[in-house]
Design a protein around this ligand. Structure first.
Ligand SMILES: O=C(O)c1cccc(C(=O)CC[C@H]2O[C@@H](n3cnc4c(=O)[nH]cnc43)[C@H](O)[C@@H]2O)c1
Length: 222
Protein backbone atom coordinates (compact mmCIF):
# COMPACT_ATOMS: atom_id res chain seq x y z
CA UNK A 1 0.00 0.00 0.00
CA UNK A 2 1.41 3.38 -0.95
CA UNK A 3 2.50 5.63 1.90
CA UNK A 4 1.10 9.12 1.53
CA UNK A 5 2.65 10.72 4.56
CA UNK A 6 6.15 9.33 4.35
CA UNK A 7 7.85 10.25 7.60
CA UNK A 8 7.52 7.82 10.49
CA UNK A 9 7.39 10.93 12.68
CA UNK A 10 4.48 12.51 10.79
CA UNK A 11 1.86 14.13 12.99
CA UNK A 12 -1.76 13.72 12.07
CA UNK A 13 -4.60 15.72 13.63
CA UNK A 14 -8.05 14.12 13.53
CA UNK A 15 -10.93 16.40 14.49
CA UNK A 16 -14.49 15.35 15.28
CA UNK A 17 -17.60 17.31 16.19
CA UNK A 18 -18.58 15.37 19.34
CA UNK A 19 -16.93 13.23 22.02
CA UNK A 20 -18.62 9.97 20.89
CA UNK A 21 -16.96 10.31 17.48
CA UNK A 22 -13.59 11.05 19.12
CA UNK A 23 -13.86 7.92 21.28
CA UNK A 24 -14.74 5.77 18.23
CA UNK A 25 -11.67 7.09 16.39
CA UNK A 26 -9.44 6.49 19.44
CA UNK A 27 -10.69 2.89 19.80
CA UNK A 28 -9.86 2.29 16.12
CA UNK A 29 -6.39 3.86 16.31
CA UNK A 30 -5.41 1.96 19.45
CA UNK A 31 -2.07 2.96 20.96
CA UNK A 32 -0.40 4.05 17.72
CA UNK A 33 1.80 7.14 18.00
CA UNK A 34 1.63 10.29 15.87
CA UNK A 35 -2.13 10.82 15.92
CA UNK A 36 -3.91 13.47 17.97
CA UNK A 37 -7.70 13.37 18.17
CA UNK A 38 -9.67 16.45 19.26
CA UNK A 39 -13.29 17.56 19.49
CA UNK A 40 -13.87 20.86 17.66
CA UNK A 41 -17.63 21.17 18.09
CA UNK A 42 -20.68 21.06 15.86
CA UNK A 43 -20.95 23.40 12.89
CA UNK A 44 -18.58 25.05 10.47
CA UNK A 45 -17.68 28.09 12.60
CA UNK A 46 -16.80 26.15 15.74
CA UNK A 47 -14.87 23.61 13.64
CA UNK A 48 -12.88 26.28 11.78
CA UNK A 49 -11.98 28.32 14.87
CA UNK A 50 -11.05 25.36 17.05
CA UNK A 51 -9.05 23.65 14.29
CA UNK A 52 -7.16 26.88 13.59
CA UNK A 53 -6.40 27.17 17.31
CA UNK A 54 -4.98 23.62 17.41
CA UNK A 55 -2.92 24.22 14.27
CA UNK A 56 -1.42 27.39 15.74
CA UNK A 57 0.36 25.58 18.57
CA UNK A 58 1.52 22.31 16.94
CA UNK A 59 2.97 21.38 13.56
CA UNK A 60 0.87 18.77 11.74
CA UNK A 61 1.42 17.03 8.41
CA UNK A 62 -2.22 16.11 7.78
CA UNK A 63 -5.63 17.11 9.13
CA UNK A 64 -8.57 14.69 8.96
CA UNK A 65 -12.18 15.60 9.77
CA UNK A 66 -13.86 12.39 10.89
CA UNK A 67 -17.36 11.61 12.11
CA UNK A 68 -20.82 10.53 11.10
CA UNK A 69 -22.83 11.98 8.21
CA UNK A 70 -25.96 11.83 6.12
CA UNK A 71 -25.59 9.87 2.87
CA UNK A 72 -27.16 10.82 -0.47
CA UNK A 73 -29.56 8.20 -1.82
CA UNK A 74 -27.90 5.90 -4.34
CA UNK A 75 -24.42 7.22 -3.40
CA UNK A 76 -23.70 6.16 0.19
CA UNK A 77 -25.73 3.69 2.26
CA UNK A 78 -26.16 3.66 6.04
CA UNK A 79 -23.08 2.17 7.79
CA UNK A 80 -20.88 2.70 4.72
CA UNK A 81 -17.81 4.99 4.63
CA UNK A 82 -17.31 8.13 2.53
CA UNK A 83 -13.95 9.72 1.72
CA UNK A 84 -13.84 13.29 0.40
CA UNK A 85 -12.50 14.24 -3.00
CA UNK A 86 -13.68 17.80 -2.29
CA UNK A 87 -15.11 19.60 0.74
CA UNK A 88 -17.85 21.96 -0.37
CA UNK A 89 -19.75 24.61 1.64
CA UNK A 90 -23.00 23.93 -0.17
CA UNK A 91 -25.08 26.72 1.39
CA UNK A 92 -22.48 29.48 1.11
CA UNK A 93 -23.76 31.90 -1.53
CA UNK A 94 -26.91 33.79 -2.45
CA UNK A 95 -30.46 32.99 -3.45
CA UNK A 96 -31.81 34.46 -6.68
CA UNK A 97 -34.91 34.07 -8.84
CA UNK A 98 -32.79 31.84 -11.08
CA UNK A 99 -31.72 29.67 -8.14
CA UNK A 100 -28.75 29.38 -5.77
CA UNK A 101 -25.58 31.28 -6.68
CA UNK A 102 -22.33 29.89 -5.31
CA UNK A 103 -19.41 32.00 -4.08
CA UNK A 104 -17.65 31.14 -7.37
CA UNK A 105 -20.59 32.44 -9.41
CA UNK A 106 -20.69 35.58 -7.25
CA UNK A 107 -16.93 35.98 -7.80
CA UNK A 108 -16.47 36.25 -4.04
CA UNK A 109 -14.07 33.38 -3.53
CA UNK A 110 -14.35 29.63 -3.37
CA UNK A 111 -16.66 27.35 -1.39
CA UNK A 112 -14.67 24.27 -2.36
CA UNK A 113 -11.41 22.76 -1.05
CA UNK A 114 -10.04 19.98 -3.21
CA UNK A 115 -8.30 16.98 -1.66
CA UNK A 116 -5.01 15.64 -2.99
CA UNK A 117 -6.04 12.81 -5.35
CA UNK A 118 -3.32 10.39 -4.21
CA UNK A 119 -4.41 10.96 -0.62
CA UNK A 120 -8.10 10.22 -1.05
CA UNK A 121 -7.68 7.37 -3.54
CA UNK A 122 -5.09 5.65 -1.30
CA UNK A 123 -7.38 5.85 1.73
CA UNK A 124 -10.41 4.72 -0.31
CA UNK A 125 -8.47 1.74 -1.72
CA UNK A 126 -7.15 0.75 1.71
CA UNK A 127 -10.63 0.83 3.24
CA UNK A 128 -12.02 -1.22 0.33
CA UNK A 129 -9.20 -3.77 0.67
CA UNK A 130 -10.19 -4.19 4.32
CA UNK A 131 -13.75 -5.02 3.29
CA UNK A 132 -15.37 -1.66 4.02
CA UNK A 133 -18.13 -0.40 1.76
CA UNK A 134 -16.64 2.94 0.70
CA UNK A 135 -17.36 5.73 -1.78
CA UNK A 136 -15.27 8.77 -2.56
CA UNK A 137 -16.69 12.06 -3.83
CA UNK A 138 -17.56 15.56 -2.69
CA UNK A 139 -18.78 15.85 0.91
CA UNK A 140 -21.03 18.84 1.49
CA UNK A 141 -20.84 21.07 4.56
CA UNK A 142 -24.15 22.62 5.63
CA UNK A 143 -25.16 24.73 8.62
CA UNK A 144 -28.61 23.14 8.67
CA UNK A 145 -29.15 19.37 8.51
CA UNK A 146 -31.33 18.62 5.48
CA UNK A 147 -34.83 17.64 6.57
CA UNK A 148 -36.93 17.52 3.40
CA UNK A 149 -36.87 15.67 0.07
CA UNK A 150 -37.05 19.05 -1.67
CA UNK A 151 -33.78 20.29 -0.12
CA UNK A 152 -32.10 16.93 -0.73
CA UNK A 153 -33.01 17.14 -4.43
CA UNK A 154 -31.83 20.74 -4.62
CA UNK A 155 -28.43 19.71 -3.23
CA UNK A 156 -28.25 16.72 -5.60
CA UNK A 157 -28.90 19.04 -8.54
CA UNK A 158 -26.26 21.53 -7.31
CA UNK A 159 -23.56 18.88 -6.73
CA UNK A 160 -24.67 15.75 -8.64
CA UNK A 161 -21.78 13.55 -7.47
CA UNK A 162 -21.98 14.52 -3.76
CA UNK A 163 -21.82 11.42 -1.57
CA UNK A 164 -22.72 12.86 1.86
CA UNK A 165 -23.46 15.94 3.94
CA UNK A 166 -22.17 16.93 7.35
CA UNK A 167 -21.63 20.20 9.21
CA UNK A 168 -17.92 20.81 9.75
CA UNK A 169 -15.67 19.73 6.83
CA UNK A 170 -15.29 23.02 4.97
CA UNK A 171 -14.43 24.90 8.18
CA UNK A 172 -11.74 22.38 9.07
CA UNK A 173 -10.46 22.53 5.48
CA UNK A 174 -10.13 26.33 5.47
CA UNK A 175 -8.14 26.22 8.71
CA UNK A 176 -5.82 23.54 7.29
CA UNK A 177 -5.51 25.29 3.93
CA UNK A 178 -4.38 28.50 5.66
CA UNK A 179 -1.40 26.53 7.02
CA UNK A 180 -0.88 24.63 3.73
CA UNK A 181 -1.62 21.31 5.43
CA UNK A 182 -3.35 18.54 3.42
CA UNK A 183 -6.94 17.86 4.45
CA UNK A 184 -9.19 14.82 4.22
CA UNK A 185 -12.76 14.18 5.42
CA UNK A 186 -13.82 10.65 6.35
CA UNK A 187 -17.37 9.99 7.48
CA UNK A 188 -19.54 6.99 8.18
CA UNK A 189 -23.20 7.14 7.28
CA UNK A 190 -25.73 7.25 10.12
CA UNK A 191 -28.77 8.42 8.13
CA UNK A 192 -29.94 9.28 4.66
CA UNK A 193 -30.18 12.89 3.47
CA UNK A 194 -33.88 13.67 3.18
CA UNK A 195 -37.06 13.89 5.26
CA UNK A 196 -36.11 14.22 8.92
CA UNK A 197 -36.51 11.03 10.99
CA UNK A 198 -34.03 11.40 13.86
CA UNK A 199 -35.25 8.13 15.49
CA UNK A 200 -34.07 6.22 12.41
CA UNK A 201 -30.46 7.48 12.68
CA UNK A 202 -28.11 4.49 13.12
CA UNK A 203 -25.60 6.33 15.29
CA UNK A 204 -24.30 3.29 17.19
CA UNK A 205 -23.72 1.40 13.94
CA UNK A 206 -22.08 4.41 12.23
CA UNK A 207 -19.74 4.86 15.22
CA UNK A 208 -18.79 1.16 15.01
CA UNK A 209 -17.95 1.64 11.31
CA UNK A 210 -15.97 4.79 12.21
CA UNK A 211 -13.94 2.72 14.67
CA UNK A 212 -13.18 0.12 11.97
CA UNK A 213 -12.28 2.82 9.44
CA UNK A 214 -9.92 4.44 11.97
CA UNK A 215 -8.06 1.17 12.46
CA UNK A 216 -7.40 1.19 8.68
CA UNK A 217 -6.08 4.77 8.94
CA UNK A 218 -3.48 3.54 11.40
CA UNK A 219 -2.21 1.10 8.75
CA UNK A 220 -2.30 3.62 5.90
CA UNK A 221 -0.30 6.30 7.68
CA UNK A 222 2.07 4.16 9.78
O1 LIG B 1 -26.51 11.12 20.21
C1 LIG B 1 -25.43 10.54 20.10
O2 LIG B 1 -25.09 9.55 20.78
C2 LIG B 1 -24.49 10.99 19.06
C3 LIG B 1 -23.29 10.33 18.91
C4 LIG B 1 -22.43 10.74 17.92
C5 LIG B 1 -22.76 11.81 17.10
C6 LIG B 1 -23.96 12.46 17.28
C7 LIG B 1 -24.34 13.58 16.43
O3 LIG B 1 -25.44 14.05 16.42
C8 LIG B 1 -23.27 14.10 15.55
C9 LIG B 1 -23.63 15.39 14.88
C10 LIG B 1 -22.79 15.49 13.64
O4 LIG B 1 -23.20 14.55 12.71
C11 LIG B 1 -23.05 15.02 11.41
N1 LIG B 1 -24.25 14.62 10.69
C12 LIG B 1 -24.80 13.38 10.77
N2 LIG B 1 -25.83 13.26 9.93
C13 LIG B 1 -25.95 14.44 9.28
C14 LIG B 1 -26.83 14.91 8.26
O5 LIG B 1 -27.72 14.20 7.76
N3 LIG B 1 -26.65 16.18 7.85
C15 LIG B 1 -25.69 16.97 8.37
N4 LIG B 1 -24.84 16.56 9.33
C16 LIG B 1 -24.96 15.31 9.78
C17 LIG B 1 -22.79 16.51 11.55
O6 LIG B 1 -21.49 16.75 11.11
C18 LIG B 1 -22.94 16.83 13.02
O7 LIG B 1 -21.95 17.63 13.54
C19 LIG B 1 -24.84 12.06 18.26
Amino acid sequence: MSKIIHSANARILIVTSVEAEKQAVLRGLGDVKGFEVAVVGVGVISAAVNTAYLLASTEYDLVINAGIAGGFKGKADIESVVVSSELIAADLGAESKEGFLSLEELKLGSACVKVNETLYTSVTTALREKGQKVQSGPILTLSTVTGTRETAEKLERAVPNAVAEAMEGFGVAVAAQKRKIPILEIRTISNMVGPRDRNAWKIKEALATLEQASSVLREVFR
